[in-house]
Design a protein around this ligand. Sequence first.
Ligand code: LMR
Length: 342
Amino acid sequence: MRSTRFSGPFNRRSWLAALAGSMALPSLAGATTRPEITLRFSHVVAEETPKGLAANRFKVLVEQRSGHRIGVQVYPNAQLYGDHDEMQALQLGAVDLVAPSLSKFGRIGLPEFELFDLPFLFDDLNAVRRITLGPLGKKLLQGLSRQGLVGLGFFDNGFKQMSANRPLLELKDFAGLRMRVQASRVIAAQMRALGARPVTLPFSETRRALAAGVVDGTENPVSNFWTQAMHEVQTDLSLTEHGYLGYAVVTNQRFWQHLQPDDRALINQALQESLAFANQIADTQNDRALQALRQAGTTRIHHLGVDQRARLRQAVQPVQQQLADRIGPRWMSDLEQALRQA
Ligand code: LMR
C-alpha cells in the first residue's frame, strides 16, 4: 500500500509539504522538534479520572508554555510503573513524576499520610482542603524529603464508596468479606472493624481479582470504579462516602534541583494550575461516573439512610484511637486543631 502512494506525482518530500499545508503548521514544527527535556509522568488510573485529566492538562500547559522545549510523557493505567514499584522508580530516577494516593506513603516510611484514611474524618472536600491547602499539608509535603523526594502539591479524587456482590448497608453485611484495599494500615483496620478481611492488592490487579473471586469487594470513588469497569464484576455499589481518596504529586529531589530555575518555575506553575483544575472537576467526574453507572444498569446502587451511616461510623470509631500512635500523636493533635478551625 505504502509504495503506490509515494510513487505518483507526489514524492515523499512534496507529500509531507502538502500534509503540512493542510495541518496547523506550528504543531508540526513543534511536534518534530525533539524536546530538550522530557518529563516522564507515571500513574495507575485511567485517563477519564480527575488524576488522568490533570496529568494531561499538565502536559498541554508545559509543552505550550515551553514552546515544546520541555515535553511531558504521561503513562496512565500503570503502563510504566504500578503501586508496587512507582515510588522506588521515582527514588531511582527511572521516572520523574508520580501522583500516588495518600494511602500509599505509609509503606515508604511516611505513616503520617495515613491520617487521610481515617474513616468518616472529613465532612466534605472543604474540610479536606483545610488540611491539604493549609500549614499541615505543607508540613506533610516537606516530610517527603526524608525519602529523597519533593512533594509538589495535593489534589482530590473524592469520597470512597463500598462495592461487593451484595448491599453493604449494615455491619452484618460486611461479615467475612475479603475486601481489596490499598497498602494502608488505617484502611486495613477500618475493614477489620467492619468485620471484613482486608486484602492488599495493587490497583491494576483489583478488577481481575474481583472477577476471579480472589476478593469479594472493594472501596473507591465512583470515577475509579467506573473507569476500571468494576461494575461488570460487582452487582452492588453502596454509597457509604466513608473515607477520602486524594493524591500528592511527587518528584525526585535530585531531578528537581538540577532543573534550570526558569524551567522549574514553569513546570511548577503548570502543575499548580493542573491541581486546581483537578479539584474543580473531581466532583463532576465522580457524578458523571455515577450517572454512567446508572445508565449501564449492571450494578444496583444503594443510598444509606442517616442511621445506617451513623452505625457504620460508630463501628469504625475505634480505628482513630488504634492507629493514633502509628500516624503520630503530634500529627493527630495538629489534625484535630486544623479541622476545628472553620
Ligand atoms: C487505589 O489503589 O484504589 C487508588 O489509589 C488508585 C488511584 O490512584 O486512584
